[in-house]
Structures are given as C-alpha cells and as structure tokens.
Design a protein around this ligand. Sequence first.
Ligand SMILES: Cc1ncc(COP(=O)(O)O)c(C=O)c1O
Length: 411
Amino acid sequence: VSDREEAEPKAPARARGTSGFDRLPDWVGPTTRLVHGARRPDWNAGAVVPPIYQTTTFHYPAEFSEAAERGDVHLYTRLDNPSLEVPAELLRALERAEAATVFGSGMGAISTSFLALLRPQDTVVALESLYGGTLDFLRDIAPRLGIRVRWVSDAEAAEPEACVPEGAALVHLESPTNPQLRVHDLRRWAEAAHRRGAKLFVDNTFATPINQNPLELGADLVLHSATKYLGGHADVTAGAVAGSEELVGAIEEYHHTLGAALDPFAAFLLARGLRTLALRLDRQNENGRRISEALASHRRVEAVRYPGRWSEREEEICRRQMRGRGGMVAITVRGGAAGARRFLRHLRLVHVASSFGGVESLVSVPSETSQRHLSADELRARGIDEGMVRLSLGIEDTEDLLRDLTDALEA
Ligand SMILES: Cc1ncc(COP(=O)(O)O)c(C=O)c1O
C-alpha cells in the first residue's frame, strides 16, 4: 500500500460541479448555457475556447497536502484534467445536477456506475429492451458478482409498482427504448423505486437533456453514451453520468480505479459538440416529427415507431416528460428482410451504419446491429421483425431526407 501511494498520491477531494467556472445568471436558457457555460478565462490566458490540456500529469506544489485540501491541484489525467471538466460542467448544468463526470465511453460510464453502487446479493430491476452492452453486463458480469436481475418487459413496465421488489438496490431504465421507441413514465418509476428503497438510474442517451431531464422527474442518476447526440458528429467515443454530489462522488472513486478515462482531445471534441446540442436537437426533433408522419402513410411501410405513437397513454407520458420527441424513428418495410435490404441499397444520402445521434442521418437493421445478440425468439417477443430498420435522423434539410427515403422505398 505504501509503495502505491508513493507512486500515485491519492487524488485530492476536488469539489465537482461548478468548481472554478464563472457563474452564469440563473435566467439563461439551455442554448445560452451550452454556448457560454464552463468559462474560466483567467485560467486559460484569456482564451475564449478552453484549451486542450494534452498531458498525462501535472506539476504539483511541494506543499501538496495543503493544495489538495484547497482542492485546486490536478494530479494525473486518469483521475482529473481541466479539459475533462469542461464537458462535465456543461452536462451538469444541462441535466440540472449537482455533479457530473465523463468517461471514455458510454459503457465505461454504465459499468463503472454499476460496479460502484452494487454489492453481492443486490437486486437490479432492468428493462429487457436495454442497450445490448448494458444487457451483456447484467446478463454475464452481474451474476458472477452475486448480483440478481429482475427483468421487466415493455408491457410489464406500464405497472412499475408491480415490478420493483422490496429491498431492490436499483432500477435501470431507458426511455424512449431502442428500437421500439416506447416511453416509460419516469416519475412513476422513481416513486415505485424509492418506495422499495431502490435508486433509479435512467440512460438518457436517446432523449438527450434537451428533450428530457430525468433528475427533475425523480431519477437519482442519469447516464449517457456521449458518443451519440452529446458529441453529435460521430467522431468521439465518450460517456457521462450526472446526479447528486454523493452518488457521482462514489462513482468517481471507482472511476479512478477502473480507469475508463476520457482522453483530453476527446473531451475537447465533446465540449465542442455540446455547444450546438440544442440547435441540432431542434432540427432533429422536427425531422423526427415530420418524417415519422410522412412514412406512416407510405404504401411500402407497414409500421412506424416514434415516441408517443404506441398508445394514448404513451402520448400522454410524452407530453408530460419530454419537450421534444427526438430524431429516432423505426419503420417496418413491406417485404421482410429482402424488402429492408432493397430499401437500404437504394438510399443515396442516408448512410447505412450503426450508432446514432450525429449530424448525418444513418439507417441500420436492429436485428443485425444493436439487437444482434438476441435469439430469433427474443427478437419476436420484442416485436423486432425482419423488415425493421432504425433511422437516426440528422440535421439535413427535411425535404432532402424525405426525398431520399421515399425514393428508396419506391425502388
Ligand atoms: C442507449 C445506449 N446506452 C449506452 C450505450 C453505450 O455507449 P458507448 O457505445 O459510448 O459505450 C449505447 C451505445 O449505442 C446506447 O445506445
């Protein structure tokens, strides 16, 4: 122990959140906050754009312990780096959280949070329709650590009170879900979780903090694959969590040891992407709304999934908890797998690729990409049919996207 401490002094207990950043007036909106947030020009030779601290280590004063107590010393990039604090602060403000921290990927954020907060014998309540990597963790890694999972189907999720057993440790949800785009009542889930003593984690990757703030609806922790909308340009892999000082602090301790650290250059790209998040989402919400409506009446489309389309109940939940419905749309093309493939081959603008949330529109086949780990029975049970394709709508002109999609459907 003493050797290790010699080589790598313990990270100072830095105050996270607003530390070191200029305060913005309380009245600024999300777009202004993203543009002007996380400023500290006196640190950065007056630079308007925060620089990239591309360094693994930092000079620290001989009086280290005094500086550490003041919380104004950086030590080692795996633990902390000013470049990483910029996107963390922007996300913290946007999710209206006390604290936030960033990771080298969304899965880094998710697995570190689970490992930090779960213990042997704990029960996790989880949706069956979670992102595949999260499912893999809960199916393969959690049981090896003695952690039990109570799985919840999308249909059961309408009655959260019946899904959370007494003494459960945490509930993990996504809303809207992938690729069905069903929505779950986060406030009701928070109440059900808290009544049984569990914490509620919400993966807010699909909605983004522009469209939905789970903490304000009662969630305890928000997780993001920042690789998607937050970065927004399909050029950076990153993750983030936001919540109370206490929860994020507990996760950070494990983060330091597990080491899913974000690189300073990737942190710069993430902060740069975040500056335009609200503007991008305006267009993506509009593209999602108009294109889901137009495709619903296309003769070559069997079904369209979009948040709120499932039922009057889900429409009402959307109205209560989402400000916009997002740019993700799933359609079932007539003609099954062959029909879907023909559709993909005839697209001229939209890329055929997995992932989502960038400025460019992408299309993928869930049974071959995000849901490929599911058996044929599991795909059927989740309503993921062979002709299903998922669209991630970017910021292109709506008319151009409509033309490309309808031309390919006609072909
Ligand atoms: C909802 C959701 N959460 C988490 C992740 C994992 O994020 P990453 O790929 O950045 O590790 C993904 C990835 O697609 C996702 O879709």
